[in-house]
Design a protein around this ligand. Structure first.
Ligand SMILES: *Cc1c(COP(=O)(O)O)cnc(C)c1O
Length: 391
């Protein structure tokens, strides 16, 4: 009997070590990683620059608490401001916590304006985390099921639907913010129209709402820019990060600019571990390594290999509904549930993910070679062909 709670149903494999884009299990079988621990290990595994940043810092200082100045935290915040157009940072330990910070910030912002019930607009199909507030904000009803009473103060609209937002703007005077993902990851790699976020930006400006982007999955280069919003001509007020920020060391961040940057005052929010010297040193090394190795252009190059490869290989297969990509976020939507592909891929030594029941999601690390990218395309395409042949 396992002494672990049953909230996960793990695949029958455990990895013991990894290097680059390859992991090995207890029998020393090798697996090519096209998931990156769900968009976390963007620099692959055991990257020398990251491993040595962790080791060096571990020998010096792990933790002091936020009762004292943390120099690494300041250095990481400075660096994040350089790459993000934001002005201030709060550090925490996960994505859900980053969104909790954003939600609390929006509520304080609303109360400062004299609103009684500050309300945040969120989208259907969204994923914002598993804490009570973030699951209440999340679109997927399965994630909310069983956890009533939920946190109040959210209204939900269809994603990529500007009219729905305008409709709420005309009815609800308690709205203080909009919280959306620039690309819905867990929701199935759903990419909104090019003008969705720019239009949202102008609606938010008009009503003095905060535009809060959850870039926990899309951030830190995943879409080929530091942040997905940088593909567009707009800047959010609040930006939440986690996942790849620490390449596997837990760290989250809530960044803000303008009025939003000054909402939190001493005592309004905090975290014991948040922004500790180790996590911040690691995140700093992550950003510097992406710069040093010029990996953002590489993400775009690799995107081409995947698009061209999959279009060529999957052409004419009727069950393939759509191929969606933004940088190294890749979604292949089939016309039926395809969860079994995950274990079939595992048998062949490839890690993939299926989300929203029928979308194969690939989130490979930025450091894969062309040959490894082609191997992923070939293996996944063959799995899809066999899947439909078997029906
Ligand atoms: C993963 C994810 C989260 C939650 O992050 P945790 O670290 O698991 O709490 C929130 N939002 C998005 C978009 C995510 O992909």
């Amino acid at each position: 009997m396992s002494t672990l709670m049953s909230n996960y149903a793990p695949l029958p494999v455990s990895f013991v070590k990894a290097k680059g884009a390859w992991l090995s299990d207890e029998q020393d079988k090798a697996y090519l990683d096209a998931v990156s621990g769900i968009a976390v290990c963007n620099l692959g595994h055991s990257h020398p620059a990251i491993s040595s940043a962790i080791c060096e810092q571990a020998k010096k200082l792990l933790h002091t608490s936020n009762l004292y100045n943390i120099k690494n935290q300041q250095a990481l915040a400075d660096k994040l401001m350089q790459i993000s157009d934001m002005e201030k940072a709060f550090f925490c330990n996960s994505g859900a916590e980053a969104n909790e910070a954003a939600i609390k910030l929006a509520r304080l912002y609303g109360h400062q304006k004299g609103l009684k019930c500050p309300t945040i607009i969120v989208a259907e199909g969204s994923f914002h985390g598993r804490t009570l507030a973030t699951l209440s904000a999340t679109g997927n009803p399965k994630i909310r099921a069983g956890f009533a009473p939920l946190v109040e103060g959210f209204v939900r609209v269809p994603y990529n639907d500007i009219d729905a937002i305008l409709n709420i703007a005309s009815q609800n005077s308690e709205v203080v913010a909009v919280l959306v993902e620039p690309v819905q990851g867990e929701g199935g790699v759903v990419i909104p129209s090019d003008d969705y976020l720019t239009k949202l930006r102008s609606i938010c400006d008009q009503h003095q709402w905060l535009l809060m982007l959850d870039e926990i999955q899309t951030g830190i280069g995943r879409t080929g820019k530091w942040f997905a919003y940088q593909h567009l001509d707009m800047i959010p007020d609040v930006l939440t990060l986690a996942k790849a920020l620490g390449n596997g060391i837990p760290i989250g961040a809530c960044l803000a600019r303008g009025e939003a940057a000054n909402v939190f005052q001493p005592g309004t929010h905090g975290s014991t571990f948040g922004g500790n010297p180790l996590a911040c040193k690691t995140a700093l090394a992550v950003i510097e390594t992406i710069e040093l190795e010029n990996l953002l252009p590489r993400v775009n190059q690799l995107n081409n290999i995947f698009i061209e490869g999959f279009i060529a290989a999957l052409n004419g297969i009727k069950g393939v509904r759509d191929i969606r990509t933004k940088g190294l976020m890749i979604g292949i939507e089939l016309d039926q549930p395809c969860g079994e592909l995950v274990s079939q891929a595992l048998e062949q030594g490839l890690l993939i993910n299926v989300t929203a029941a029928n979308v194969i999601r690939l989130l490979p690390p930025f450091i894969i070679t062309d040959a490894e990218a082609n191997k992923i395309v070939l293996t996944v395409s063959d799995l899809i062909k066999n899947f439909f042949d078997a029906i």
